[in-house]
Design a protein around this ligand. Structure first.
Ligand code: DSN
Length: 434
């Protein structure tokens, strides 16, 4: 297949730089001819691409609308106000900050806004699905604040009550013992709905503030298929590029009482000039997520993840927690093949044109670099138009690939089938040969 963007504006503008143009063409082809199952990725709309590739990248705008440290920001102020207003309307929030360059920055800014160095934060264990910024020893967060953690309950082996879901008794126990200043909900590898209400109650019981990191479910929340933490948590952070399907970046919504502290923590506390081209693209994405068809999309994402998970189970791969209620499928490969690591599985699936990432599973005996699990997501291929039938086919292809991982011919045959499947679901049909 040739570059699906060939002759589109994106390609023509780069015609003078053959090296970068070639690389973009190759990546466009990769994204169009292989399956994108990384749970934190998606395909933005052409309108989001256009805004993030716009002339707004030229402008310095340190500060906030109406209070900038540079001249010439009349239009930029309107852009950022539009993004803030659309975001507040989307989630019913009192205040919005659209400047964080990433979800990690959003989290770091909130910690800085609400806490003093050395204060205690209660967050999810990394090896049970928490994020690096929830206290990884490798993250700056753990060098500034003291983290204590909660995890998921033990696997039971009982299909009716499989366990491996957030253990709220443990959350409450650790909170009572450690008296955190901030309780954090949210994860990067967890296939269940995260109810904000029990976290609120636990935070209140120990006089802590409550932050919900909605990086993964933000689009599901906007689409009405995951309970909203807005109005329950004091502050909600998220990324704009996962299920929300916007440009790569972060954002924060909060109650008015935290607005000043949050804004100051983002700028000048953590960042300099905001990326106004990305903020314009965020505004586009927030408007798209407010449309009725986005609700249909979010419901389809959840249905597709369920279909993928069921198909994987039919091949003998166990779903952690026994199922999925969101866009993610976290699987334990040991039931399929005790020798198969997440690392090897990810690599062989890559060769078959199936892109996903290895992931630790709760109480994984292997290291985070090797792992016993895989994390898959349905958000991107749902955007491309796939439904449950295609997801079941994808699950079967994954099973075939892993079973015949030492057979190059079998892997090449899967790759051809993946290519054929993807050709019916181009992520950017309106740009192909535009
Ligand atoms: N947000 C993470 C992920 O879920 O892929 C990476 O930081």
């Amino acid at each position: 297949m040739s570059n699906p963007f060939a002759a589109s504006p994106f390609d023509l503008w780069l015609a003078g730089d053959s090296e970068v143009s070639r690389l973009l063409g190759e990546e466009a082809e990769r994204q169009s001819t292989t399956l994108q199952l990384i749970a934190s990725e998606n395909f933005t709309s052409p309108a989001v691409l256009a805004a993030s590739g716009s002339i707004l990248t030229n402008k310095y705008a340190e500060g906030y609308p109406g209070r900038r440290y540079y001249g010439g920001n009349q239009v930029i102020d309107e852009v950022e106000d539009l993004a803030r207003d659309r975001l507040k309307a989307l989630f019913g929030a009192e205040h919005a900050n659209v400047q964080p360059h990433a979800g990690a920055n959003a989290n770091l800014a909130v910690y800085q806004a609400l806490l003093e160095p050395g204060d205690t934060i209660l967050a999810m264990r990394l090896d049970h699905g928490g994020h690096l910024t929830h206290g990884s020893p490798a993250s700056i967060t753990s060098k500034i604040w003291r983290f204590v953690s909660y995890g998921v309950s033990q696997a039971t082996g009982d299909p009716d009550k499989p366990g491996e879901v957030i253990d709220f008794d443990q959350v409450a126990d650790v909170a009572r013992r450690e008296r955190p200043k901030l309780v954090v909900a949210g994860s990067t590898a967890y296939s269940r709905i995260i109810d904000p209400l029990p976290f609120r109650e636990i935070a209140d019981s120990v006089g802590a503030l409550f932050m919900f990191d909605a990086a993964h479910p933000a689009g599901l929340i906007a689409g009405g298929v995951h309970p909203s933490p807005v109005g329950v948590a004091d502050v909600v952070t998220f990324t704009t590029h996962k299920t929300l399907r916007g440009p790569r970046g972060g954002a924060i919504v909060c109650q008015d009482q935290f607005a000043k502290a949050v804004d100051s923590a983002v700028f000048p506390g953590l960042q300099g000039g905001p990326l106004e081209h990305v903020i314009a693209a965020k505004a586009v994405a927030f408007a798209e997520a407010a449309r009725p068809e986005f609700r249909h999309y979010a419901a389809q994402v959840v249905a597709n993840a369920a279909a993928l998970g069921e198909a994987l189970e039919e091949t003998g791969i166990r779903m952690v927690s026994g199922g999925t209620e969101n866009h993610q499928v976290l699987v334990d490969l040991r039931t399929f093949d005790a020798e198969l690591t997440g690392k090897v599985a990810q690599e062989v699936l890559d060769r078959a044109g199936i892109t996903c990432n290895r992931n630790t599973i709760p109480d994984d005996p292997r290291s985070p670099f090797i792992t016993s699990g895989l994390r898959l997501g349905s958000a991107a291929q749902t955007t491309a138009g796939m439904g449950p039938a295609e997801m079941r086919t994808v699950g079967a292809l994954i099973g075939r690939t892993l079973r015949s991982r030492d057979d190059d011919g079998a892997i090449a045959r899967v790759r051809a089938e993946v290519h054929e499947l993807c050709s019916g679901f181009p992520p950017y049909p309106s740009l192909a040969g535009a």
